[in-house]
Design a protein around this ligand. Structure first.
Ligand code: AMP
Length: 288
């Protein structure tokens, strides 16, 4: 695997007739990222993993300062998982002096949930850098994680609205054995907070159980989810049942519904989500 720093060097790697898959990451790779890279390996001749901690998507400067980084380790992991190129540009390569463009997806997709709590600017930072990465790499397919369900929806919207010639693939969330969704930020959890972090996945499991038992009332589902968090002494920033396509609030879980949660656990803000499938429903139809 080769590490590449510039767009020019990246373009020079393109070979006629070969398909390319892109896995955008902010590094500090874990098994969730590796699942994306392995899925990419199945789908294209060349796999490009991008590693760029995008300052424009951080609403909290201390989160950016404390974001874990280890490029050497990332290079070894990406290579083992099947990547051909690690594209690790400098901030100046991505945002050269004079850079003045922003790519925004408007409306509820960026204003709900994370947008309401971190600000829609977070997603404007994401869509700007993803547009740039897609233009730099020109992949046939780009892979994203269901862990960031709202981000995946925003990127699908972006690619559709701007007629970008790329297929977007969403890969299921990879979890620790105890249920905690893998995240680069998990390394910043101390022992006690690592235990408390289970509150999020336990809330999701409680809601799944409630829905599987036949409850469709959203308020009851949310009550069960919230109750599962209480023993961990974790207060959700939001815990919301929404339509999995447009993120509009849902009052009855009578079809597939996205349950999304965010919470501050010690110094770390964590997010997680699940798709609730009502009892007797045919299940996910390949969309998630
Ligand atoms: P990040 O480096 O956090 O920006 O994540 C890069 C990509 O990996 C995004 O598409 C994330 O949704 C995805 N990802 C992060 N955590 C997980 C996980 N636990 N399971 C699956 N995909 C993940």
């Amino acid at each position: 695997m080769r590490t590449i720093r510039t767009v020019a060097a990246l373009r020079a790697t393109r070979r006629d007739g070969e398909t390319v898959a892109l896995v955008p990451t902010m590094g500090y790779l874990h098994d969730g990222h590796l699942a994306l890279i392995r899925a990419a390996r199945q789908q294209a001749d060349q796999v490009v993993v991008s590693l760029f901690v995008n300052p424009r998507q951080f609403n909290d400067p201390s989160d950016l300062d404390n974001y874990p980084r280890d490029e050497q380790r990332d290079a070894a992991l990406a290579s083992d998982a099947g990547a051909d190129f690690l594209f690790a540009p400098t901030p100046d390569e991505v945002y050269p002096p004079g850079f003045a463009t922003q790519v925004r997806v408007g409306g509820p997709l960026t204003e709900a949930l994370e947008g309401a709590h971190r600000g829609a600017e977070h997603f404007h930072g994401v869509t700007t850098v993803v547009t740039k990465l897609l233009n730099m790499v020109a992949p046939d397919v780009a892979l994203f994680g269901q862990k960031d369900a709202q981000q995946a929806l925003v990127i699908r919207r972006l690619v559709t609205d701007l007629d970008m010639p790329v297929r977007i693939e969403v890969v299921p969330t990879v979890r620790e054995p105890d249920g905690l969704a893998l995240s680069s930020r998990n390394v910043r959890l101390g022992d006690d907070d690592r235990r408390r972090a289970l509150a999020l996945s336990r809330a999701l499991r409680a809601a799944e159980g409630t829905v599987a038992a036949g409850t469709t009332d959203a308020a009851q589902v949310l009550t069960a989810a919230r109750a599962a968090m209480t023993p961990f002494d974790v207060e959700p920033e939001y815990l919301a049942l929404v339509d999995p396509e447009d993120l509009s609030p849902v009052g009855t879980v009578d079809q597939e519904t996205l349950l999304a949660v965010a919470a501050l656990v010690g110094p770390v803000r964590l997010i997680d989500n699940t798709i609730l499938v009502p009892a007797g429903s045919p299940g996910t139809n390949g969309r998630h």
